[in-house]
Design a protein around this ligand. Structure first.
Ligand code: KG4
Ligand code: ZN
Length: 344
C-alpha cells in the first residue's frame, strides 16, 4: 500500500552481489544523491574472471568506507535515511553476505527499516532513474553477466518472465569469447571496443532459436561456433582477424536480442521497451534497438552505461518501490544466491 502521507523517502542502498562494492543514497526512487562504486575489476583481471573468495574479502575491506562515502557525497547523515536497501540475491553467496550483514548491522544499530532487494529488479529499476516519465507496464530485456531475461514489468515489483537463456547468459558469452580471442577480462567492454574496427559481416555465426519457446535464448552454440572457427583457422594456418571475429560474434548476439525483444513488445501490445544489465551498455545493441524501436514507434528506454553495470543506485530505486508498498525485511534476511525474479 503506497503511503501518501510521507512525502520524501531517502534510502541508503548497498550492493555487493559480484565484484563491485557499491553504496548509494537515492531519494524517492528516482533521484540519485550519491552513487559510489568501488570496482574490483583490476584485481580479478589477473585471474581472467571473478574469483569469489577474493571478491568477498575485498567487499569486507571496502564496505564501511563505501557506505560512509555515499552518505558524505549525498551530504546526509545515517539518521536522515528512511530505509536501508540491500541486494540479497541472486549472486555470489559470499559476496552477497557482506552487503546483507553490513545492512543488517546498520539497520539494527540505527533502528532504520531494512528492505531486501532482488538484484535483477535493481537492474530493471535503473531505468526509472534517468527516465522520470517511465512507469509500468513495459517490456524489459535484462542482459547481464549472469542473466538474460525478457520480462513484462506489469507493475512496480510485478514481473512476468517471457523468456530466459537456456545456457550461457549474454554477458557470459561475451566474456568467454573475449577470452578465446585473447582480449581477456572483462570481455563485454573489450569486444564492444574492438568490434568498432571489425566487419560484422565477415563471419556468419549462427543465430540460435529455441524450438519450443520463442522468447528463450541460447548462446552456448554461438560460443562453440566461435571456438570452432578459431580452431579451424589455426589448423589451416589462416591468420585470425580479432576485430572481425569480435564484430561478427557481437552482431550474432545483437541480432537475436533485437529480434526477440521487438517480437515480445509487439505481441504484448506494448509501446514501451527498456533494457537493463551490464550488456545493455553495449553500443551496438543500444544502436540497433534504438533504430528498431524508432521504426516501429516504440519508446526506447535505457540507463546510462554506469547505471547498466552493477551499482547501488539501482538498488535504491527498486528498494523505494518495495518500501512504499510496505515491504520490510527482518534481521533473519539471508543471502539467496539463486533467488528467482518475483520471489521474496
Ligand atoms: O550487470 P553486470 O554488471 O553484472 C551482473 O549482474 O552480471 O554485468 C556484467 C556483464 C559482464 O559479462 C560484462 O562483460 C558485460 O556485462 N558487459 C558488456 C559491456 N559492458 C559490460 N557486454 C557487452 N558490451 C559492453 N559494453
Ligand atoms: Zn548485475
Amino acid at each position: 500500500m503506497i503511503d501518501m502521507e510521507q512525502t520524501d523517502v531517502t534510502i541508503l542502498a548497498i550492493e555487493t552481489s559480484c565484484d563491485e562494492t557499491a553504496a548509494a543514497v537515492v531519494r524517492n526512487g528516482r533521484e540519485v544523491l550519491s552513487n559510489i562504486i568501488s570496482s574490483q575489476i583490476d584485481l580479478h583481471t589477473l585471474y581472467g574472471g571473478v574469483v569469489p573468495e577474493i571478491a568477498s574479502r575485498k567487499h569486507i575491506e571496502k564496505i564501511n568506507q563505501v557506505v560512509l562515502e555515499a552518505l558524505q557525497a549525498a551530504d546526509k547523515k545515517l539518521q536522515d535515511m528512511d530505509a536501508i536497501a540491500v541486494t540479497y540475491g541472486p549472486g555470489l553467496v559470499g559476496a552477497l553476505l557482506v552487503g546483507v550483514s553490513a545492512a543488517k548491522a546498520i539497520s539494527f544499530a540505527s533502528g532504520i527499516p531494512l528492505v531486501g532487494v532482488h538484484h535483477i529488479e535493481g537492474h530493471i529499476s535503473a531505468n526509472y532513474i534517468e527516465n522520470r516519465d517511465l512507469e509500468p507496464p513495459f517490456v524489459c530485456l535484462v542482459v547481464s553477466g549472469g542473466h538474460s531475461h525478457l520480462v513484462v514489468v506489469k507493475d512496480y515489483g510485478e514481473y512476468e518472465i517471457l523468456g530466459r537463456t537456456r545456457d550461457d547468459a549474454a554477458g557470459e558469452a561475451f566474456d568467454k569469447v573475449a577470452r578465446a580471442i585473447g582480449l581477456g577480462y572483462p570481455g563485454g567492454p573489450k569486444i564492444d571496443k574492438v568490434s568498432k574496427e571489425g566487419n560484422p559481416l565477415a563471419i556468419q555465426f549462427p543465430r540460435a532459436k529455441v524450438a519450443d519457446a520463442v522468447y528463450d535464448f541460447s548462446f552456448s552454440g554461438l560460443k562453440s561456433a566461435v571456438l570452432n572457427y578459431l580452431n579451424s583457422c589455426e589448423m589451416k594456418g589462416i591468420e585470425v582477424c580479432q576485430a572481425d571475429v569480435a564484430a561478427s560474434f557481437q552482431k550474432a548476439v545483437v541480432d537475436v536480442l533485437v529480434e526477440h525483444s521487438i517480437q515480445a513488445v509487439q505481441e504484448c501490445g506494448m509501446k514501451k521497451f527498456a533494457i537493463a544489465g551490464g550488456v545493455a551498455s553495449n553500443s551496438s545493441l543500444r544502436g540497433a534497438l534504438e533504430e528498431a524501436c524508432r521504426e516501429r514507434g516504440i519508446a526506447f528506454y535505457h540507463p546510462s552505461p554506469i547505471l547498466c553495470t552493477d551499482n547501488a543506485a539501482m538498488i535504491g530505486a527498486a528498494g523505494y518501490y518495495e518500501y512504499i508498498k510496505g515491504v520490510r525485511s527482518g534481521y533473519d534476511l539471508n543471502a539467496v544466491p539463486n533467488l528467482k525474479l518475483g520471489e521474496r
